[in-house]
Design a protein around this ligand. Sequence first.
Ligand code: PEP
Length: 256
Amino acid sequence: MSKDKKLIIANWKLNPESLKDAKKLFVDIKKVASRTQKVQTVICSPSVYIAELSKMYSGHRLEVGAQDVFWENKGKHTGELSPTALKSVGAKYVIIGHSERRALGESNTDVNKKVAAALKAGLNVVLCIGESKRDSQALYLKFLREELESALSGVPKNHLKNLIITYEPLWAIGKSADDAVSSHQMHEMYLFIRKILTEIYTKNIAFNVPIIYGGSAEPDNVKELLDSGEIDGFLVGHSSLKASQFNEILKITNSI
Ligand code: PEP
C-alpha cells in the first residue's frame, strides 16, 4: 500500500447478482483505474467473485478485496472465510467492522479479533468506525473512541502499515452527496482519529495510517472533501456500482 496515493475503495456489498455482471463492471472500471497513477483503486466484491476478478488485471493500480473475514484460519467454523484463504485467491484488502455487519450482531470484540487475524495474515485492513447519530453533548466521540480503541486492542505497531481507517457515519450511508459529511466535519474527525492513534501508538505511526471517508461519496462531493477535509481517499458504496460514476470519482481524485 503506497502512502503517496489516494485510496478509492469500492464496497460492492451484495452486488452484482452474477459473476458475468461482476466481470463486466470490473472491466469497465479497469479501463480508468489502470490509468489513474495517483490512485490506488480497490474493488471489495462479494467473496465468491474474488478469485476470478483478481485474475483480470495483473498490475497494482487495481486490487481486489473482501467485505468481511473470520479470525481463524481453519477449523470447525461452518460458513466462515479465513484471512489465508482470501489471500490465496487474490484478495489484498478486507473491509472489517462495516456498520451493516455490526447491525447483524458483530461486536467490538469480534472486530478486534478479525482485525488482528487479517493484519497478521498480511491483508490490508479497511477498518470502519462510525456513529449512528450525532448529539449536542458530543457523546458520539466517546462511542467512536471506544470503537477504535477496542478494534486495535493488542494489535502490534509493526502491523499498522497495512491498516486503513474509514470514518463512515451511519447517518450518511446510502444517501446522496448533500447528506454526506461536510469537509469541516470530516477535518475534525480526521484530527480526532489521528489523536487517538497517537495516544495508542506514536505520532510517527499514527501519521502514516490512511484515514478515508465513507457515506454517500459521489462525483459531486469528492473534490471538496479531498481539498478541505484532509482525507486520504474514500470508501464508495452505491456510486461504485455504476462504472461511469465510479470512474468519475477516480478521475477527479487523480487530478488533485
Ligand atoms: C458503505 O456502506 O460502505 C458506503 C460507502 O455506502 P454509500 O457510498 O452508498 O453511502
